[in-house]
Design a binder for this molecule. Structure first.
Ligand code: NI
Length: 131
């Protein structure tokens, strides 16, 4: 761990402290780490680098058609799908997490196709870095 001094205008410092409070971070250092990582991740996704991510889907498993479609789509992208986990939430609902690694554009494309399926109650792509 290396230490360095940071000079900030009063207004920016208040913004930083607001971020610490809002995200329940332990201190300003953690807030700066958080911002740097977020910036690096955004940059990687915007420049179509190899990234990792996760798609979360919640749906009614009685809609058989939906399940078949979701599986077919995943087979079209089998080179970027690392694993998937299916959990039965209750009588009707299932949650599925699909872990991905590959070019950012492909991950986004796959996520959009899955989340856009009719019958998906909730869908979200979580963007991460490769490291
Ligand atoms: Ni299920």
């Amino acid at each position: 761990m290396k230490r360095f001094g940071v000079s900030l205008e009063e207004e920016l410092l208040e913004e930083l402290d607001g971020l610490v409070k809002k995200n329940k971070l332990p201190n300003r250092s953690q807030a700066i780490r958080y911002l740097i990582r977020k910036s690096v991740t955004t940059e990687q996704w915007e420049t179509n680098q190899v990234v990792s991510g996760c798609v979360v889907l919640v749906y009614d498993h009685h809609k058989r058609d939906l399940l078949t479609k979701a599986v077919n789509i995943q087979h079209d992208y089998q080179n970027i799908v690392l694993s998937s986990q299916h959990v039965h939430l209750d009588h009707d609902n299932c949650i599925e997490t699909i872990i991905l690694k590959g070019k950012a554009r492909d991950l986004k494309e796959l996520a959009d196709r899955l989340i856009g399926l009719k019958g998906i109650k909730h869908g979200q792509l979580v963007m991460s870095t490769t490291g």
